[in-house]
Design a protein around this ligand. Structure first.
Ligand code: ZN
Length: 76
């Protein structure tokens, strides 16, 4: 469980994903957003700009303050 460092509420664990064609989506749980989610337009991440190659990132979303957190490292 992840607590939002901004508002103190529980965050939702999910998968941030994109395939380079239909923008960036986020879906709660262990699976990335599927074709049906994209058809109904659910889970679009409005902060994503431009086109990206395919990716998935495990991340936490706070619906209260609309922030996302994920673990990463920066390769050198
Ligand atoms: Zn929050």
């Amino acid at each position: 469980m992840m607590i939002c460092p901004f508002c103190g509420k529980e965050m939702q664990k999910g998968i941030l994903s994109g395939d380079g064609r239909s923008g960036v989506s986020w879906k709660q749980g262990e699976r990335k957003a599927g074709l049906l989610d994209r058809i109904v337009g659910e889970g679009k991440v409005t902060a994503a700009k431009g086109s990206l190659v395919a990716f998935t990132i495990e991340s936490y979303f706070c619906p209260g303050c609309r922030k996302m957190i994920f673990d990463t490292d920066i390769t050198k």
